[in-house]
Design a protein around this ligand. Structure first.
Ligand code: ATP
Ligand code: NCN
Length: 196
């Protein structure tokens, strides 16, 4: 099967993540999307919610969504979640599948800085989607990476986890920015300054 991996910190997961996954699946005829929350995200400050909570929010978001699964592999592996390490494990466990890694425009631009990116890109195809505020110019990437990134068009959504966390902290509405089940999980757990 063709599997799209949607990796992220998901602190919390929001509609931008879900629309990016759907665009990649639709544009490149993927069979399934596996959402993969990172344990410790590389090059990011510590997450607000715990790894377990980010995993559970992701599960709440895609529960009962056809063709979407959640992969806890990076929680299992522990440590800093470098994609090269995770992919090696996925290729070992699932030799029958063909993997694609979905990334927003901000991450496409950042790909050259990823751990062992040359080795990773030899075997992994990326699917890049647009994100407001970030230019998606494949020409700016090193030549070896340029033809390893496919594009998928999505309705651009200016939502980030940071904005969602800030809105929660200020008591503003985040309805329609995140799935209802994730909203309920956050309030129930008293995350991001909400009161359980
Ligand atoms: N609104 C969006 N549109 C397209 N891609 C997105 C969007 N938000 C996040 N992504 C992509 O999803 C992946 C995971 O993102 P991440 O979990 O870090 O969310 P984030 O909203 O960027 O978080 P934060 O605001 O905390 O930095 C990355 O590849 C990122 O580029
Ligand atoms: O392997 C790396 O060096 C690397 C550097 C930055 C990001 N990533 C992966 O890209 C995905 C999105 O990252 P982030 O920080 O936007 O949540 C997530 O799966 C990260 O593990 C991977």
């Amino acid at each position: 099967m063709k599997i799209g991996i949607m990796g992220g910190t998901f602190d919390p997961i929001h509609m931008g993540h879900l629309l990016a996954a759907e665009a990649a699946m639709d544009s490149h005829e993927l069979d399934e999307i596996w959402f993969m929350p990172s344990h410790v995200p590389p090059h990011k400050r510590e997450a607000g919610a715990s790894g377990q909570q980010r995993l559970e929010m992701t599960e709440a978001a895609v529960k009962e969504v056809q063709h979407y699964e959640v992969l806890g592999i990076e929680m299992e592996l522990g440590g800093v979640s470098y994609t090269i390490d995770t992919m090696k494990e996925l290729w070992r466990r699932y030799p029958q599948h063909e993997f694609y890694f979905i990334v927003g425009a901000d991450m496409v631009n950042y790909l050259p800085k990823w751990e062992q990116i040359e080795e990773l890109a030899e075997r992994l195809t990326f699917i890049g989607v647009g994100r407001p505020g970030f230019q998606l110019h494949l020409d700016d990437l090193p030549e070896a990476l340029q033809d390893r990134v496919l594009l998928a068009e999505m309705p651009l959504v200016d939502i980030s986890s940071t904005a969602v966390r800030r809105r929660f902290a200020k008591g503003h509405s985040v309805r329609f920015m995140i799935p209802d089940a994730v909203h309920q999980y956050i309030v129930r757990s008293g995350l991001y300054g909400t009161k359980p």
